[in-house]
Design a protein around this ligand. Sequence first.
Ligand code: OXD
Ligand code: MN
Length: 593
Amino acid sequence: MENMTFNKSVLSWINEKIDLVKPEKVVWIDGSEEQIEALRAEACSTGEMIKLNQEILPDCYLHRTAVNDVARVEGRTFICAPTKEEAGPTNNWMDPAEAYEMLYAIAKDSYKGRTMYVIPYSMGPVGSKFSKIGIELTDSIYVVLNMVIMTRVGTDVLKALGDSEDWVRGLHCKCDIDEEKRYICQFPQDNTIISVNSGYGGNVLLGKKCFALRIASYQGKNEGWQAEHMLILGLQKPNGEIKYICAAFPSACGKTNLAMLIPPEGYYKNGYRVWCVGDDISWIRKGEDGRLYAINPENGFFGVAPGTNEKSNPNALASTRKGTIFTNVAHNLDNNTVWWEGLDKNPPANAIEWKGNPWNGQESEEKGAHPNSRFTAPAKNCPCISSEFENPNGVPVSAIVFGGRRAKLAPLVYQSRSWNHGVFVGSIMASETTAAAAGAVGVVRRDPMAMLPFCGYNMADYWQHWINIGEGLDPEKAPKIFNVNWFRKDDEGNFMWPGFGDNLRVLDWIIDRCEGKVDADETAIGYVPKAEDINLEGIEDEVSDAQLKELLSVDTALWKDEVAGIEEFYAKFDRLPATLKGELETLKKNINK
Ligand code: OXD
Ligand code: MN
């Protein structure tokens, strides 16, 4: 096949990699429907994918990964910066020269008898000043077909790149899916990613976490912008005005649900709407008017399937009804469709579970879908996709929201006193771990800005970058920064807040605060709503006034323990910005008042 570009940096890098992995042939992905369709057919003929019922789920497919390869592997993810200090205390680090040597030894000859697919892709609308280009080499059709959904792929991208050397190199080798030799390595200084021995999305769709967060966060630091693990939503008020919110939550905290929220009935009737710009990643930079603007660099949703249903997230479910690839869900043999826990109360009796064994969902104690099973769905399928989704200039950001699962500590919502206090609030984020990452589930861990596994350089320098960004903003124009906690529990262990669509009640308060329309109570940790300003109309049965007061309360004794936890966490960072140290001192003082 002919090369699709004359770009020398691209061709020489690919030739080097061809010499290394020795593919039988090389196929450039041009993004054409014919080529994609032929690849789908090929993947079905080898069993790599299963074509689903085309009447019920047109252009939808099912894929199963190896059973030892079902989630991101943070323990095997490395930032290969020149010094350990540059990667910082929260990242695994490997010396770049050693890493290349080790990875090349694993990758050597690994494409023998196989095809190398060359995927030129753009993160962000092709040609936007926000956007960045990558090229991923892979020996997996599944990766190609997922990248085609998740990013903008094809000839246009190479045209936009021209002769530039500013593109991210990505090499993926499936090898033998050997866990012991699985490595996901980022080389931020070289704009390079190498991923070996995995076929699971988060490890191998290199545009997503590896590029759009790890590499891009480093690029952003050097170029004066931000790559964040944040959804972007537009909240439309009854007067038709739309205000944009970026929000960061640790994995599987309901981020996709929030991004596609359906307003409670009363709100909907009054004209409230939520428009989804993105469900996972934001690239943010200052616009000519001095405000921050955000784009979603992705083109699809790589969402967690279990728990997604007509009630929890009808928009996500609708997004998966065509052109979607399902991974590690159950296969309903009766009608050749898919099923997962929490889809409905009717598990199929005649099915194949995610590992590939026969499964009777009516009787079996085992799960049909893996807890981290996924859908890869085109963003354009989403009924509430924002009309600004493709806007090359992004959307203006009014508010930044941080969140996490805290059973007792954090109130339903509070606002930081300033940008720098907001950076502090983001830096102390914490949550219970979930199935999205391999390892123990349910353990509380610090996850600053939800970037713990995704920051491509020293986290302390990343915080300083946040502070620097704030310094470049007129405080009047800077987004206001908030923290939310949908997961507060009462003493019996029940969730106190209904969540889902009702989270709009909190978003509404947030936007009112941004517009200076509503007052608040100043507490030790920041501004908390006055109970009467959170509208409970329609949920009075679920949330009593007393319960709301409890949800908004700040328990100083618990915050004293929290301060100790923050101090312990901060002690890891030699390069902790003085500003954050100061914010911690202020919190301590406020709490001991
Ligand atoms: C994800 C994540 O988005 O783990 O998959 O954060
Ligand atoms: Mn994510």
